[in-house]
Design a protein around this ligand. Sequence first.
Ligand SMILES: Cc1cc2nc3c(=O)[nH]c(=O)nc-3n(C[C@H](O)[C@H](O)[C@H](O)COP(=O)(O)OP(=O)(O)OC[C@H]3O[C@@H](n4cnc5c(N)ncnc54)[C@H](O)[C@@H]3O)c2cc1C
Length: 394
Amino acid sequence: MSDKTSTQKSSRLKLDKIAIIGAGPGGLAAAIALRNIGFNVQVYEKAKEFRPAGTGLGLAPNGLNCLEAIAPGIVAALKSSGCQVHQTALKNIHGETIRANTSQFLEKYGQPLLTVWWWRLQQTLASRLPSDIIHLNHHCIGFKQNDHGVEIYFDGGKTVYADLLIGADGVNSVIRETLTGEGKPKYIGSMCWRAVIEYHHELFNSHDLIFIQGNQQFMYLLNVGKGYTSWITRKLWPNYSLSQTADEVKSRILDELTGWTETFRAIVAATPAEQIWEGPICDRPPLNCWSRGRVTLLGDAAHPMAPAMGQGANTTFEDAYELQASFSRASSLAAALTSYEKSRIERTQIIQTRSAVSEMRYYKPNRQTTNNDDFQNWLYGYKPSVDSKGTGDS
Ligand SMILES: Cc1cc2nc3c(=O)[nH]c(=O)nc-3n(C[C@H](O)[C@H](O)[C@H](O)COP(=O)(O)OP(=O)(O)OC[C@H]3O[C@@H](n4cnc5c(N)ncnc54)[C@H](O)[C@@H]3O)c2cc1C
């Protein structure tokens, strides 16, 4: 070992234990990233078991490049469990194609657009971690910190201690609420219904991502691989109310799709009512600071955004990559967190704001896209460009 390397190692940040709340895409990616650079990481998840859940997601080059940097080979695994999109097609409610664009992502940014099921993404990430560091059935209810550490509290009375706590617990983050006290997320006026089912329709080209524009309403169809399709429908709905039963949810959607071609209604009709998720689309205003003392945020907990631009999970993988880069170089926790925030806050504020504006634009007929080339290059061209393991090999 050279003198230079041994000096770098001895000046590196030392933490006995990092606790991450949430085993979603963000928490698991962050755990992989921090273990890469030698930290003891433990992940606490409220779900009692891993089970099929979540929606279909579009993973774009900015997210995939960051994920591949922290978990080499993972994009190939996601390609085989999901679908590589060749074309995005905009259709009207009668099934006629209004516009179709061949995906240029691979040529332009080095990664394709992949569509995957949140649950399979979670499983793919979890398979890169030792199973004994993921603690299921741990519902975090708060924490207290002092100069020496963080005490983390769970439902049922359990407490754990850590040197650093990362809140990766999603849009309704308990960690964020304990840090900021800002209250519930903001309903942005758009309702969502979604499901993932085993389904194939001969009219859907399996490498197409389909977007159907209705009246103040739209639907996505994503092939998420292995014979499964994710459908997502959203509607402008200023004063939302939730249905009382699963059957009511299903008939509500079918009512909303009155006049739509059977091709699109059929996928909803084929979905068992209890598998349909109904809920409001929420975000939060951007934060200017994500960390306090020994606690920080990541993913939707840090920057929840409207799904219009499909960037929630992608920016979460950028966070995980930058966390690894910052923690590999810093010699103190404060410096590591400052560097992490510096690399993330401004960029995610822009994407959060753009996403909120795009969400409302979706409901307008003949919507025009405002994502010009410069913005697209800035968004999708985000690449891990430094030696994030701090080995001096960059
Ligand atoms: C309809 C829709 C479409 C979307 N499409 C896309 C897309 O195309 N592309 C994209 O990049 N993103 C998309 N997103 C966003 C994406 O799903 C999220 O940004 C992403 O899942 C965030 O990951 P996360 O790990 O931060 O949070 P989550 O995925 O929310 O995971 C949080 C985890 O924390 C656990 N948890 C929560 N509270 C606690 C607690 N108190 N204690 C312990 N565990 C807890 C949860 O059970 C969960 O496992 C979409 C979202 C929606 C709603």
